[in-house]
Design a protein around this ligand. Structure first.
Ligand SMILES: [Zn+2]
Length: 295
């Protein structure tokens, strides 16, 4: 691992370790209270979680996620897509948050205003104790209805299902169903369940390939980035827009930006400090150095 000194300016891709960060940067960061931690697949990799883009093992070893985690695949064969997600959820549920997740949660509990913006769907930030979490790609363990909007609007009386918030056909809705009935249904082996309110097939509430991010999630992320004084990008490849531009937006707004990543990205050359390393190792040390009285 290359360990060199503090970066001195834009265009310099030298890497620092927490122990070699410029004292002036440390002093600046120590005074800051509004922090965004932006995390990608590298954050969860150390918890042993396959990313949404990894192939699963066993029966599914030859299945390309980009072919099965799509709305088209679900429309063609909902049970097959459901079964694939059940296996992925099994890997997620047996994994535990790592020391990096814990360090982020501890910052929030110590009184800093921390917003986590994550591309991960594994719920590990919440399980570690973080409360302000914006999930850009959704949450594997939460379900939503699969809405065939064309069919709903082609019907005589389309409405919004008050259980799943999806477009529904009024005649099909159960007036007695409650939102809690949906929350009680989990991602587990068996037939694909249906919304108790409108009868629509249920699916994991994640952003599949070919689907746009949820507008409210990306707007919440922009708002958090615009308000933050410091942004720490952790294990994000920064290849997928619009999420990839969040650190650049923070830089343009004058925030201090630090990258923690085992692999170099374009951000390393432009941010205030780039640390090459794994989140579980770097974050506890980094936070203890910046906010020693809080870690
Ligand atoms: Zn519904």
């Amino acid at each position: 691992m290359p360990i060199t000194s503090w970066k001195v300016g834009a265009g310099n891709t030298a890497y620092a370790m927490p122990s070699t960060l410029d004292p002036r940067l440390i002093a600046d960061l120590r005074a800051m209270r509004r922090v965004v931690v932006f995390t990608g697949a590298g954050m969860s990799a150390e918890s042993g979680i396959p990313t949404f883009r990894d192939r699963l093992s066993g029966l599914w070893a030859h299945t390309d996620p980009m072919e099965i985690a799509t709305p088209w695949a679900f429309r063609a064969d909902p049970q097959r897509v459901w079964d694939w997600h059940v296996l992925l959820a099994g890997a997620v549920c047996t994994a535990a948050p790592n020391a990096g997740h814990a360090a982020i949660a501890a910052l929030e509990q110590a009184g800093l205003e921390v917003t986590v913006i994550t591309q991960n769907i594994d719920d590990l930030h919440r399980r570690a104790g973080s409360r302000e979490v914006i999930e850009l790609h959704g949450n594997l363990l939460r379900l939503t209805s699969f809405v065939d909007e064309e069919a709903a609007f082609a019907a005589a009386s389309p409405t919004i299902c008050r259980v799943c918030d999806g477009y529904a056909v009024w005649e099909h809705c159960d007036p007695w169903a409650e939102r809690g009935d949906l929350a009680a249904i989990g991602l587990r082996a068996g037939p694909v369940p249906r919304c108790p309110g409108c009868g629509a097939l249920l699916r994991p509430d994640v952003v599949w390939f070919g689907e746009p991010l949820a507008v409210d999630a990306i707007e919440a992320a922009w708002n958090a980035v615009d308000r933050c004084e410091a942004l720490i990008a952790v294990g994000a490849s920064l290849e997928v827009e619009p999420a990839a531009s969040l650190p650049w937006r923070a830089l343009a707004r004058g925030a201090r930006v630090i990258e923690v990543n085992p692999a170099p990205t374009a951000l390393a050359a432009e941010c205030h400090a780039a640390i090459r390393g794994a989140a579980a190792e770097v974050l506890p040390e980094l936070f203890a150095r910046i906010w020693p009285t809080r870690c």
